[in-house]
Design a protein around this ligand. Structure first.
Ligand SMILES: [Cu+2]
Length: 264
């Protein structure tokens, strides 16, 4: 009798477990990232990031230190959802002109275009790549924090772990601000028609891949672009196009004003 009772009790228990397992199919995947100056740009910056990916919802938290104080830092997921090229974080060998800094253009062949702009509010497509007024700003001690939940286009959640994050903006001469003294003008910004932007403001400071995911894993298949709501994370915005759109919108002027304000 005792055995029978136990068996009878065990069955509903198993059924519950199976139910729980079925629900767990949509459980969140958690990843940790370490963002460091892989470029050898002497940024002095580093961050940790936590990703929680649940379907096509991304919750991302970034905590960083050693950033240019009181200054905005553009940050993005780089790589590609569709290209069969292995993108990853650049090292100092990407410094083609030998000036001791891997700048934005020199890094692009390695880290790929922007696929997601980690803005603090509003649009997160590549078009917001240089939306510096919506990028996180380091505090007076150079600490940077970021926390946002982002709705991704259909199918993007599963591919995000194959990409990497780049944070931009460094203080090469250690005077606590972005200026033209150390590295001169940003040739990248200049190529988009925006003169006078310090190279310090656009050079990459940290880069990191998702811990536990294979670096540069080939993406399989494309991301459903669908309607306008998914527009942007797909190929539409190369960094160049994003920048051009930004400059056209007068964004660079805003950037300049913001930087001028930040110098105070
Ligand atoms: Cu970037």
């Amino acid at each position: 009798m005792r055995l029978t009772t136990k068996t009878a009790l065990a069955v509903p228990g198993t059924a519950l477990l199976i139910l729980a397992g079925a629900t767990g199919a949509q459980a969140a995947d958690n990843y940790n990232m370490k963002l460091t100056d892989t470029m050898g740009n002497k940024s002095g910056s580093s961050s940790t990031a936590k990703l929680t990916i649940e379907g096509d919802s991304l919750k991302i938290t970034i905590k960083g230190k050693g950033f240019t104080p009181n200054s905005p830092h553009a940050q993005h997921f780089h790589g590609s959802f569709t290209e069969s090229k292995k993108f990853t974080c650049p090292d100092s060998s990407s410094d083609k002109d030998g000036d001791g800094q891997v700048n934005t253009e020199e890094g692009l062949p390695q880290y790929g275009d922007i696929v997601l702009s980690l803005t603090t509010s509003g649009d997160t497509s590549p078009k917001s790549g240089l939306a510096i007024d919506r990028m996180p700003k380091a505090d007076a001690d150079g600490n940077l924090t970021y926390d946002r939940t982002i709705d991704l286009p259909a199918g993007a959640g599963a591919k995000l772990k194959n990409l990497h994050v780049v944070q931009h903006g460094l203080d090469a001469n250690g005077n606590g601000k972005y200026d033209l003294e150390a590295l001169g003008e940003s040739t990248f910004a200049k190529s988009l028609g925006a003169n006078g932007i310090p190279e310090e403001a656009t050079n990459p400071a940290t880069c990191g891949t998702v811990v536990g995911a294979s670096t540069g894993e080939m993406p399989s298949g494309g991301v459903d672009t669908g309607d306008g709501s998914t527009n942007g994370i797909e190929a539409a915005g190369t960094f160049g196009l994003a920048g051009a759109a930004f400059a056209a919108a007068g964004g660079m002027l805003l950037y300049r004003r913001r930087l001028a304000t930040d110098k105070v």
